[in-house]
Design a protein around this ligand. Structure first.
Ligand code: SAM
Length: 266
């Protein structure tokens, strides 16, 4: 795709979807746009934009595609195991030192997509009954994804495949596929619309889970976001990133690597 065409598409996408593609990796985005046009049988971008400006459903499909909201429960299970065995006990120990009567963890799932990530957190914390005091805030800027998350599903067999038989029994509604998350898990999560590029971040957090989101942004935007995550954590708080992500030179921004995929604010 020509750079000029890409510039025009960015302007249109900003206007129609309020999505600023300047923050997303150029080459990857251009490739994705090219293949989307072919897949949707439109000859030109002008033709496609006229079509979607009259069709809210198609507009929402296009947004879903651009923001890539693939997710699943216990994605990269061994990382969640480390969270459960090492990170959560450390955070609760510190919370207990700060407030012995009511040790509470404040957790943010940023870029939560259709919900499996914050629901995984709620399930994991429910598995360990000593950790019942926690607040889980889950945010995304994609309204469609959030609506599915708040509806507790439906989720495919593939999306729930990392749940054990007893987790399925305990934490999903009977029946399925498609699957729905049980009410007792859903009520532990508060969902909210939030744009990482323009909205203020929540503060004083013990744990930020931001996985497979920052990966699509330019280096410069990533750097700004990692600093904002650091600011949003309390001292000793942990940032949990995706399996293929690393924070470059963490010590320069006041973070310390703490096992694969975890960074502690120091
Ligand atoms: C691939 S999903 C990751 C979902 C989940 N964190 C996981 O790892 O399974 C990426 C999510 O990032 C969200 N996202 C992309 N840009 C965003 C932004 N600027 N603000 C908030 N969310 C954003 C998308 O809407 C999408 O739901």
């Amino acid at each position: 795709m020509e750079l000029e065409t890409y510039a025009q598409i960015k302007t249109k996408v900003k206007k129609l979807l309020d999505l600023n593609l300047d923050h997303y990796k150029d080459e990857q985005m251009r490739r994705r746009l090219d293949s989307w046009l072919v897949r949707n049988g439109a000859k030109t971008w002008d033709e496609y934009f006229i079509r979607i400006s009259k069709d809210p459903k198609e507009l929402s499909r296009f947004r879903d595609y651009l923001t890539i909201n693939v997710s699943s429960f216990f994605r990269d299970p061994e990382r969640w195991q480390s969270l459960k065995e090492t990170v959560i006990p450390k955070l609760f120990k510190e919370a207990r030192q700060r407030n012995p009567q009511n040790p509470t963890l404040n957790i943010w799932s940023a870029g939560c997509s259709i919900g499996p990530e914050p629901y995984t957190l709620a399930m994991l914390l429910d598995d360990v009954s000593a950790y019942h005091n926690h607040n889980i805030l889950a945010t995304d800027f994609d309204k469609g994804a959030l609506a599915k998350a708040q509806n507790r599903g439906p989720y495919t067999a593939e999306e729930v495949q990392n749940l054990t038989a007893s987790q399925k029994l305990n934490y999903l509604q009977p029946g399925g596929p498609p699957y729905y998350v049980a009410e007792k898990i859903a009520k532990r999560v508060k969902f909210k619309e939030h744009n990482l590029l323009s909205d203020p971040f929540p503060q004083n957090l013990d744990l930020i889970v931001c996985r497979n989101v920052v990966i699509y942004f330019t280096g410069e935007t990533k750097d700004i976001l990692y600093r904002k995550f650091r600011d949003a954590l309390r001292m000793g708080g942990i940032l949990f990133v995706g399996a293929t992500e690393i924070v470059p030179r963490p010590s320069e921004i006041g973070l310390k690597g703490s096992g694969i995929s975890f960074y502690e604010k120091v």
